[in-house]
Design a protein around this ligand. Structure first.
Ligand code: S3P
Length: 431
């Protein structure tokens, strides 16, 4: 249980943990590259630790050192199709990205891999990866389309895949399998999703053919070890952007944040909600732009997330709901977001339950919700085991009339282990 107290305004600079999506990908590609890779700023949360533990079960040698910029990881690549048969089941813990992407790697190896996870992950849909990987030649059994997955991999052949739901995880699973398959694998996306896998493959020396809606990879390309720096995670930064936008008189600088255009749609949504956002790109590393985001509170306005925008801000919706909840004059409606129901929790139901418990009015739809402007009264909200809900309720709590208690707050460790310490540092003088 964590308690958040109201604050007037916040000012300062923040460095957020390394990007979770990029960390998973760099670790997996390093594992199948030739040579030794070093990754700085690797995401410190439990999800990316689960990926490393799974790779170790595949026989990959990994060393970890903690420094000020987060974990530094050394990975001894085993080369293309060089993973070893795991002696025990892989545990993806709470991490959908680990399970889905590792399934793509496992499918190309001539042995059996069993991969499971915690209760939340065991409820999440996996047919979206089972179907294309099976078409490529893997044999996969599951518990009615859910984990654990038993994957009998081997020689794969290229396919063209058109995912039914926009999903970077599905795209990436197919591309990772395609890299190790015979022929040219194509993923055709109706709605473009984050493209870190494509950029990371190029950074590790592969050639990827792509335009906005089609990504093609020729199988059999070797990867070469790299020394890489993981940018800060914009999906973690968004909680501070919300804090800065939602407390009048605030100004925060988020430094060394990843600014890949496939992740920055949230900044436009924040501007529509009335936040003043300035972005400066300082650098580009391994194809990933990095820079500083300054947020200042503006005049809160009601805002919407339209169905065609959802894929671009899917992980940021809890934080955006918190912004609406913080401000008189705010309000948010989201439609076309049924995917939220199959995230780390049923994020529509659990978000509605949590914000109602804090005194807000929330209407729930099958594919979204509407939340009315705040501020919250205070009270107790349950994070429902979901890291992003814990952080959303915490940030909303800074604007509440009375303290907010968050049950299950330890869930933040999935993506942001030091979140509550950082919140205390930023808000300590503002009360
Ligand atoms: C991710 C893709 C998204 C996102 C998840 C991370 C990734 O999931 O919600 O947190 O790293 O590829 P989907 O691919 O299921 O949309």
């Amino acid at each position: 249980m964590s308690i958040v107290r109201p604050v007037a305004r916040v000012r300062g600079r923040v460095r957020v943990p390394g990007d979770k999506s990029i960390s998973h990908r760099y670790a997996m590609l390093a594992a199948i590259a030739d040579g030794v890779s070093h990754l700085a700023g690797y995401a410190p949360g439990a999800d990316c630790a689960a990926t490393l533990a799974c790779l170790e079960t595949f026989g990959v040698a990994i060393a970890r050192v903690n420094d000020a910029d987060g974990p530094r990881i050394t990975i001894e690549g085993r080369g293309r199709r060089g993973l070893r048969a795991p002696a025990r089941a892989l545990d993806a813990a709470n991490s959908g990205t680990s399970m889905r992407l590792l399934s793509g790697l496992a499918a190309a190896h001539p042995f059996r891999t069993v991969i499971g996870g915690d209760d939340s992950l065991s409820r999440r849909p996996m047919r979206r990866v089972i179907e294309p990987l099976t078409r490529m030649g893997a044999r996969i059994t599951s518990r009615d389309g859910r984990p654990p997955l038993t994957i009998d991999g081997g020689e794969l052949h290229a396919i063209t895949h058109e995912p039914e739901v926009p999903s970077a995880q599905v795209k990436s699973a197919v591309l990772l399998a395609g890299l190790q398959a015979n022929g040219r694998t194509i993923v055709a996306e109706a709605v473009p999703t984050r493209d870190h896998t494509e950029r990371a493959l190029e950074a590790f020396g592969a050639t990827v053919g792509r335009d906005r809606h089609r990504i093609a990879i020729e199988g059999g390309q070797p990867l070469h070890a790299r020394d890489l720096v993981v940018p800060g995670d914009i999906s973690s930064a968004v909680f501070w952007l919300t804090l800065g936008a939602g407390r009048p008189g605030s100004c925060l600088d988020l430094e060394q944040v990843g600014l890949n255009p496939s992740r920055t749609a949230v900044l436009d949504v924040l501007r529509r909600a009335g936040a003043e956002i300035d972005v400066r790109v300082d650098d580009e590393r391994a194809g990933e732009p990095i820079g500083t985001i300054r947020v200042r509170a503006g005049d809160a306005r009601p805002f919407e997330i339209a169905p065609d925008e959802v894929a671009g801000v899917i992980d940021e919706i809890p934080a955006l709901a918190a912004l609406a909840a913080m401000t008189l004059g705010g309000a948010l409606t989201v439609r076309g977001a049924a995917e939220l129901r199959v995230k780390e929790s049923d994020r529509i139901a659990m978000l509605a339950r949590g914000f109602r418990a804090l005194g807000l009015s929330v209407e729930e739809y099958e594919d979204g919700f509407s939340i009315e402007g705040g501020p919250p009264a205070g009270g107790e909200a349950d994070a429902a085991g979901d890291h992003r809900l814990a952080m959303a309720f915490a940030v909303a709590g800074t604007a509440a009339a009375a303290p907010v208690r968050i049950a299950g707050a330890q869930a933040v460790a999935v993506s942001y282990p030091g979140f509550f310490e950082e919140l205390e540092r930023l808000t300590g003088d503002g009360r």
